[in-house]
Design a protein around this ligand. Structure first.
Ligand code: ADP
Length: 637
């Protein structure tokens, strides 16, 4: 019952043309697409995150979601709240404490009982007040009557009546104090609560007690009536979502942690000098599931104890930025447009050409061949702007022209929002092609401390007008230069090509900050040699290793993570430095999947990586003959 399994409910061609932008949908406009009721069924892509959310909902675990803005983190958190059992929902009441007015009592009752209790108290208070009024008027009448008839003292009688009136009025205030304050109300009970506490200040997150300007003298509001719940209390039995978790101040993060640990948290005034700070309630339940979100930075900067709390008692999940472009997925993107139109409520439906244009845009924004962008908040923005333009023209349908116009308008915003760091990250995985390709090598790198990623390197060699140059794009320019310098020493010795007359272009395909790079030199060398000699490189192979000027392959860091990354990406063979063999500690599941090939010299790398017999053989032979001293065949396995 995951979103991904919910097929789009509309007519589909039996025999879908792979290239059909609508994925074979037989419709004239988005009006023919039915939008599923449950939010979890509306989520496009993010299969992994959805699985985790479903699992976490069952097991009541916390979740850490890392990913780009607008990929559905809060949507999933909200969807999770719809999946939680409604039977357990509670209302919370705060009562006056007759023994200590500054320590209000807290009672928890099943959902929707709270309103009834408050009503009952109000009714009682009303009756009591009626009784009092009745009593008051009787006494006033008696006093007045007595004064006028018996004593003949009109003035004294009126004075006495006034005193009695005030005494009753003042006294009746006390009975309001008996009405409890319903701070958490789940009477509507449609779903477990969902609280978004992103950017919340301390009071909104942890609860607060309002300041009372009349702190005494009978005018004051009873303290229990000034108690206000925080998101942690309102999220009880539901979901507390906090995006950009690292921006929460440390004190709040600590309190949040306490609430998670204890499952309850007293409410007190948050501003120190206010009268509310003297008040502290009994503990209020905070039994919520926390979904903390942010980008990679957020995770690093959040309170370590809070992070480990979530990690230890929950899941961490990474959001995808793109998804494979298949007919089924395009049908879902069509439904996405229908969803956004329905959500907005005022937009005209999209005709087929308009839908196609949005899907083309989803492709373009993916920045990755054969994929669609999952930055759907932005794409939804394009849907809305297109719809608004159509509406302004009084058009009854959004057409392609409207979308094109909208694209022009929303560009600058889109650029501001561009967060390509993470968008690119996923590109290294699941990117293995079969066969051979000239000048392209699957390199491996480490990001952070414990994740490997695949990082393809492309090289091209062109005749140079002047002296040959190494032209590197991407962020690893220095590494590229150095690797080429090393490899050129080797190339000079064996190649007929004069490398000094060539321009060598090296591209680290979508590299990003934080990649440690010297381990890419074997990869760069292989790519350059492949390009120079025009021999294909095996694309089911990945490699890592550092290269010496003599062609020795030297050890590098993070081999275990790199191997796992390569395996995850679907590589079947991985070249690593012989000296790193001892560091290999890959998980069992990967052992079956990949063959690990230890090497100690570049000639061995080429032997494994390059295509074809005659060219390669002569190339490898030449290499061996020149640098044979470094080549120890017995190390090849
Ligand atoms: P985030 O919390 O990751 O910043 P949101 O969940 O707030 O993103 O997404 C904003 C809006 O974009 C959603 O309300 C929804 O309309 C759309 N959206 C984002 N991701 C998805 C998705 N995976 N599937 C469907 N709609 C999405």
């Amino acid at each position: 019952d995951l979103g991904s399994d919910v097929e789009v409910d509309a007519d589909v061609d039996d025999d879908v043309d792979e290239d059909d932008l609508l994925g074979g949908l037989q419709i004239d406009s988005t009006s023919e697409i039915e939008v599923p009721d449950r939010l979890v069924d509306q989520v496009i892509g993010q299969e992994h995150a959805r699985d985790v959310v479903m699992k976490a909902a069952k097991q009541r675990r916390h979740v850490m979601m890392i990913g780009s803005p607008g990929t559905g983190k809060s949507m999933l958190a909200k969807a999770m709240s719809e999946l939680l059992p409604k039977e357990e929902l509670q209302d919370v009441l705060v009562y006056h404490n007759p023994d200590d007015g500054n320590n209000p009592k807290v009672r928890t009752v099943p959902a929707s009982k709270g309103e009834q209790i408050v009503e009952a108290h109000k009714e009682e208070a009303r009756k009591r007040n009626q009784m009092r009024s009745f009593l008051m008027w009787i006494i006033i009448a008696i006093v007045l009557g007595y004064s006028l008839i018996i004593a003949g003292q009109i003035l004294l009688g009126i004075l006495a009546a006034g005193v009695i009136y005030l005494a009753f009025r003042y006294g009746s205030r006390g009975s309001d104090a008996m009405i409890p304050n319903l701070i958490v109300n789940n009477a509507d009970g449609a779903a477990a609560p969902f609280q978004d506490a992103t950017g919340a200040h301390a009071g909104a997150l942890l609860g607060d007690v309002r300041h009372d300007p009349f702190q005494s003298g009978g005018m004051e509001t009873p303290s229990h009536d000034r108690v206000e719940p925080g998101a942690i209390h309102k999220a009880n039995k539901g979901v507390l979502f906090i995006d950009e978790i690292n921006t929460l101040d440390i004190r709040s993060q600590q309190h949040l942690m306490t609430a998670i640990q204890e499952g309850e948290f007293s409410i007190t005034g948050q501003s120190e000098r206010s009268s509310g700070a003297m008040v502290q309630t009994e503990p209020v339940p905070t039994d919520f599931i926390m979904i903390a979100a942010g980008n990679l930075d957020a995770m690093e900067n959040m309170h370590p104890a809070l992070r480990s709390r979530i990690k230890g008692y929950g899941y961490e999940v990474y959001m995808d930025d793109t998804i494979e472009d298949t007919p089924e997925m395009r049908r879902k993107y069509t439904r996405f447009i229908a969803q956004e139109v329905q959500k907005d409520g005022r937009l005209p439906d999209f005709n087929t050409e308009a839908i196609e244009e949005i899907i083309l845009e989803a492709r373009r924004r993916a920045g990755r061949k054969g994929h669609l962008t999952l930055l759907l908040r932005n794409l939804g923005g394009l849907v809305r702007v297109s719809g608004d333009i159509a509406r302004a023209e009084d058009a009854d349908m959004v057409t392609r022209a409207h979308v094109l116009q909208a694209k022009g308008r929303s560009r600058s915003i889109e650029q501001q929002l561009a967060d390509d760091y993470i968008e690119r990250r996923k590109d290294y995985e699941l990117q293995v092609a079969d066969g051979y390709q000239v000048g392209r090598v699957n390199g491996l790198a480490v990001m952070g401390e414990d994740s490997g990623i695949m990082m393809p390197v492309m090289a091209e060699v062109t005749p140079s007008q002047g002296p040959g140059e190494v032209i590197a794009t991407g962020k690893l320019q220095e590494i590229a230069m150095e690797a080429v310098q090393n490899v050129s020493a080797i190339i000079k010795k064996f190649s007929d090509e004069d490398i000094s007359e060539k321009d060598i272009h090296i591209q680290f395909v979508q590299s990003y900050e934080g990649v440690e790079g010297d381990s890419a030199s074997v990869t760069v060398a292989t790519a350059v040699i492949s390009a120079l000699e025009n021999v294909g490189v095996d694309q089911s192979l990945a490699m890592t290793g550092s290269l010496s000027v003599r062609g020795d392959v030297l050890p590098v860091g993070g081999v275990t993570h790199k191997i796992e990354a390569a395996a995850k990406s679907g590589c079947s063979k991985i070249i690593i430095p012989q000296a790193n063999m001892q560091d290999v500690m890959i998980e069992e599941e990967y052992e079956e999947m990949v063959e690990i090939i230890p090497v100690s010299h570049i000639s061995e790398v080429l032997d494994v990586a390059l295509e074809g017999e005659p060219e390669k053989d002569s190339l490898v032979d030449r290499l061996k003959s020149i640098t044979g001293s470094a080549f120890k065949p017995e190390q090849v396995s």
